[in-house]
Design a protein around this ligand. Structure first.
Ligand SMILES: NC(=O)c1ccc[n+]([C@@H]2O[C@H](COP(=O)([O-])OP(=O)(O)OC[C@H]3O[C@@H](n4cnc5c(N)ncnc54)[C@H](O)[C@@H]3O)[C@@H](O)[C@H]2O)c1
Ligand SMILES: [Zn+2]
Length: 395
């Protein structure tokens, strides 16, 4: 009998990258970006999304001038952002061609300027070109500055499935420039705040109290407060990724996905009419009420969470939570739980709230209690109070 032999391989790789918070990063006097580029061969190309060129006229001239003043040359590719870039493989091919034609190697840089979708897609191209080139992310939305852009993942959609292709590849650096946030529409400004509420609820009561106390100023687009919110939210995400022991998500637990199982399903059921953060707000509301109905949180805490979300301008209910012309919970929502488990791999793990600022993971959810939670949200929402037919059906 042949005797098999095994050589056990073992090594560790340590990662580190700076996440810088600044303003006007392409002003020649701002040395953040150039300071990073000086570490390497200093050869760089930049991909920027169309919306930024449109909302910030003069940005391309500013970028060219920035590199010229610092004695460098940087080719620029302008490409559409939003979910379209993650759905259309031709855009990945375009970015790869750009990398190839400008002979970007593993010691030169790809700078990506855009929202979470552009960063995911361009980050994916950067991760597969030469098995990984240096990526500097410049996130331009609240959500990408405080959550998606500071982490280690990138992806595109494939086979009609969100984020089906992708890699875990930490960036070389991230530079958040608050000035980009000025041109966001109100929905995208608000959407990213949902991620801050999420991470505050599971990790940091003081941060939740701070958000609740500053709702009005955030709604009035106070930039200084938004910068503080983005900073703390990014810090909590970075801390979690770096210290919780599972940066590349090998296990089943995903605490930062609090409220996300229902959110992912709702985004899909709404045909992506709901923005990610809008869906997350509803998911947070649902799992908060569910936490209460299963003996966690006290009633006052539930009111505080729902009030905060509503005051920020989020809906806490969506008609897609119910079957059409019925008050029954949408069966697809239960399917969302199973899809979430498949996405995580392993066993279902859902984050609930033990109290504000403290999460607690569970391995199953009761369909009956979920239905009760949906009914509760319906009756607490403006959708219900503005809709006589729903009121009639519920009597
Ligand atoms: N990699 C991760 O860990 C991770 C985590 C969460 C979400 N995501 C992904 O992030 C994406 C959502 O990111 P998002 O919320 O930033 O949305 P987005 O990238 O789709 O941007 C939202 C809209 O704002 C526009 N835009 C971007 N910056 C702008 C600016 N400064 N001014 C005006 N308009 C601007 C975009 O063109 C788009 O129309 C999703 O694809 C989601 O899957 C990734
Ligand atoms: Zn999210």
């Amino acid at each position: 009998m042949y005797k098999a032999q095994t050589i056990q391989q073992h090594f560790q790789v340590s990662y580190q990258y700076p996440v810088i918070f600044s303003r006007n990063i392409f002003n020649p006097e701002n040395e953040e970006l150039i300071g990073i580029l000086r570490h390497g061969s200093a050869k760089a190309v930049l991909v920027i999304e169309t919306a930024i060129r449109e909302c910030h006229p003069g940005i391309l001239r500013e970028i060219n001038n920035y590199f010229k003043v610092h004695g460098l040359h940087c080719e620029v590719l302008v490409i559409p952002g939003g979910e379209a870039i993650k759905n259309e493989p031709a855009y990945i091919e375009e970015v790869l061609t750009f990398i190839h034609e400008h002979r970007i190697d593993r010691h030169s840089y790809l700078i990506a300027v855009g929202g979470g979708a552009l960063l995911d897609a361009v980050g994916y191209a950067a991760a597969i070109a030469h098995r990984g080139i240096r990526l500097i992310r410049v996130p331009t939305t609240v959500l990408s500055q405080n959550d998606s852009g500071v982490g280690v993942k990138n992806s595109v959609n494939h086979f009609g499935k969100k984020n089906f292709l992708g890699t875990f590849s930490p960036p070389y650096a991230v530079i958040n420039d608050a000035v980009f946030l000025e041109s966001l529409d109100d929905r995208n400004w608000r959407s990213g705040i949902a991620e801050a509420v999420k991470v505050a609820l599971i990790k940091d009561k003081v941060f939740f109290d701070w958000i609740s106390a500053n709702v009005e100023a955030l709604n009035n687009r106070d930039m200084t407060l938004m910068e503080q919110l983005v900073f703390r939210c990014a810090e909590l995400h970075i801390e979690h990724i770096g210290t919780a022991g599972d940066p590349f998500e090998k296990g089943s637990s995903r605490p930062l996905d609090f409220g996300h199982w229902a959110a992912h399903k709702l985004e899909c059921l709404s045909g992506y009419q709901l923005l990610h953060g809008e869906a997350v707000a509803i998911g947070i509301a649902l799992d908060t009420v569910y936490s209460r109905l299963t003996g966690r949180l006290n009633a006052m805490e539930v009111f505080r969470v729902l009030d905060c979300l509503k005051a920020l301008g989020f809906e806490i209910f969506h008609p897609m939570l119910l079957e059409e012309h019925s008050l029954e919970i949408h069966p697809q929502l239960f399917r969302g739980l199973e899809e979430f488990r498949e996405h995580l791999g392993g066993e279902l793990t859902i984050m609930l709230l033990e109290e504000i600022g403290k999460g607690e993971e569970v391995q199953e959810m009761s369909h009956t209690i979920l239905s009760e939670a949906v009914q509760y949200l319906l009756k607490s929402s403006s959708v219900f109070n503005d809709n006589p037919i729903l009121i009639q059906q519920s009597l």
